[in-house]
Design a protein around this ligand. Structure first.
Ligand SMILES: NC(=O)c1ccc[n+]([C@@H]2O[C@H](COP(=O)([O-])OP(=O)(O)OC[C@H]3O[C@@H](n4cnc5c(N)ncnc54)[C@H](OP(=O)(O)O)[C@@H]3O)[C@@H](O)[C@H]2O)c1
Length: 264
């Protein structure tokens, strides 16, 4: 890509930031679409985060900011406005800079996953979903699944109280949804791993193998390795693997919409 005086910037901010996959992927996708935006990684220490905000407001060719660990929660109180999903999730992972300098915090982790599933032809509305994990990714995924009209959502997590906490929050926000802590059911339409299990070769599976039935969609948020042990086992049992890169690619589409870049 060629950066010129007309190029707009999308800053990707975290600490540390060297591990980010979004910068390389998003730069390629912007280039493929002919959108003159360059993604630049920004490594900012937590105690310096608030100092970056006036610069973001003043920076006229900044279209937005991707926000990653550990800034997703702190950023909530620093921006000027939040989308309903960012408020619900208590975390923002994308900021739009409006032309007047106002910063709007959004949330696309979960909507990215839902969009990737529906884009691949898997119906989320009415589906029975097992969500493994109750960390920073699980929360927006759970809210987005609830928002998309999931039929039943069961959440399993090593630390059960965290799963109970998300269940209670979703019940409060979506009283009509059937949301519960996972016990021993094994028939699901969609299984989603949002734990970090699968990143190391000796990790245990993030779900019980009995849920990996033929035809079940098995989505893994883990992107490294691209094909986790969970996805391999799912495929070998006739389930449908849905790798983490699809979630990230769909987040890009959600971000394009949010930044108003879709039609450019
Ligand atoms: N594909 C994408 O677009 C995308 C987007 C965001 C994140 N991700 C990936 O999602 C994964 C999780 O990220 P995160 O930010 O949500 O992490 P996080 O907030 O640290 O949460 C980690 C989760 O994994 C569980 N866990 C960790 N070690 C475990 C173990 N040994 N046994 C059982 N459970 C364990 C934790 O359970 P406890 O609550 O019991 O600690 C928690 O539920 C990472 O691989 C990240 O790269 C992918």
């Amino acid at each position: 890509m060629t950066i010129t005086g007309n190029t707009s910037i999308y800053a990707h901010i975290g600490f540390p930031i060297h591990h980010t996959r979004a910068a390389a992927l998003f730069n390629g996708l912007f280039e493929d679409l002919g959108i003159d935006v360059a993604v630049v990684p920004f490594e900012i220490e937590p105690d310096q985060l608030s100092a970056t905000i006036p610069a973001f407001r003043a920076w006229r060719n900044l279209v937005g900011v991707g926000v990653t660990i550990p800034h997703k929660e702190t950023m909530l109180s620093l921006v000027d406005e939040l989308t309903p999903m960012a408020k619900l999730c208590g975390a923002t992972n994308v900021i739009r800079r409006d032309p007047d300098g106002r910063l709007i915090g959004g949330q696309c982790d979960g909507t990215g996953l839902v969009r990737s599933l529906t884009g691949a032809g898997h119906q989320v509305s009415g589906a029975k979903v097992l969500l493994s994990g109750a960390g920073g990714t699980a929360r927006p995924v759970a809210f987005a699944l609830a928002d998309a009209g999931v039929g039943r959502l069961e959440i399993a997590n090593r630390t059960r109280e965290k799963a109970e906490g998300i269940v209670a929050e979703i019940r409060a926000a979506y009283p009509d949804r059937d949301v519960r802590v996972h016990e021993d059911a094994d028939e699901f339409d969609i299984v989603v791993n949002t734990t970090s299990l699968g990143m190391n070769s000796d990790d245990p599976l993030p779900v019980e193998a009995k849920v990996l039935r033929p035809g079940v969609v098995v989505a893994d948020a883990v992107m490294a390795p691209p094909e986790t042990a969970l996805l391999k086992l799912a495929a070998s049992r006739g389930a449908i693997p849905h790798p983490g890169i699809l979630m990230l690619r769909s987040q890009f589409e959600v971000i394009l919409d949010f930044l108003g870049l879709t039609s450019k």
